[in-house]
Design a protein around this ligand. Structure first.
Ligand code: DGL
Length: 269
């Protein structure tokens, strides 16, 4: 096979997505929107979720394991669609697979600061993301420009994993875990875990009349993924709708069904 044939075959491969469960689907739906011709394969590791309360070494091992499953399948690029897994594993993944375009996701603090009008910025994320050096470096960079407060949200991703994205228990959760951080001048909440965009509608309702914008990094990550694939000439040029395959480590059919429901949820409703 010559180089051109090889590149052509590679172009036909799907783009891989991994997450500790169903959260990365919030990134995948943006990626599908901006790259509709591509095929995607999504691996949700719900059997080992949550990652966000596990030690870094364990998260790294689980992420490598999930990525290897996608590599066995054959992928041309990878999105680590999980803030927690990105901070624990994206660097060693890039070192091990230097040929593979790999993007990760981090809490969207930069856009929150750029658009800031001087109010408080809250960052909702898993306890592990908040403890990581990567996150501290990010905070250090912007701390001088804004009042940024981290909100550890242990137990929140589980609501999404259970398909409970609009129940009353969520109000109790937000009363206990979010309300203590809300100040009169809070202007932005960064959704720093890929599960949380699926709770956006409920969070907005919980916030009521407060003028607070909710932002996340899913579009930024998808655009970066597209850019990296384009740079390597790995984007498809044919005009046909791509396919999406979803796998879940629980092997449970209802998790796959829930995944498709979440994927098809409108982005801003
Ligand atoms: N979706 C993951 C993230 O973006 C984390 C959820 C978890 O496994 O704790 O951080």
């Amino acid at each position: 096979m010559n180089d051109l044939d090889h590149l052509k075959r590679k172009v036909d491969l799907p783009i891989g997505f991994v997450d500790s469960g169903l959260g990365g689907l919030s990134v995948l739906r943006e990626a599908v929107r901006i790259m509709p011709n591509e095929d995607f394969i999504y691996y949700g590791d719900s059997a080992n979720a949550p990652y966000g309360t596990k030690p870094q070494e364990v998260i790294k091992e689980l992420t490598f394991h999930a990525v290897e499953k996608l590599l066995d399948y054959g992928i041309k690029g990878l999105a680590v669609a999980c803030n927690t897994a990105t901070s624990a594993a994206v660097r060693p993944l890039r070192a091990k697979y230097p040929e593979l375009p790999i993007v990760g996701i981090e809490p969207a603090i930069k856009p929150a600061v750029v658009n800031s009008k001087g109010g408080r910025i809250l960052v909702m994320a898993t306890p592990m993301t908040i403890q990581q050096k990567k996150y501290h470096n990010l905070l250090e960079k912007y701390r001088g420009d804004a009042d940024i407060v981290s909100v550890p949200c242990e137990g929140l991703m589980e609501f999404v994993e259970q398909g409970n994205i609009d129940g009353e228990e969520l109000d109790t959760y937000f009363d206990e875990h979010l309300s203590p951080y809300l100040s009169d001048d809070t202007e932005t909440i960064v959704l720093g875990c890929t599960h949380y965009p699926f709770l956006k509608h409920h969070i907005k309702r919980f916030l009521g009349d407060r003028k607070i914008s909710l932002i996340d990094g899913s579009l930024g990550t998808s655009l970066e993924l597209k850019r990296r694939l384009e740079e390597k000439k790995l984007l498809r040029t044919i005009d046909r709708k791509g396919k999406i395959e979803i796998q879940n480590s629980t092997g449970r059919e209802e998790m796959i069904e829930l995944s498709y429901q979440l994927l098809n949820m409108p982005i801003d409703f």
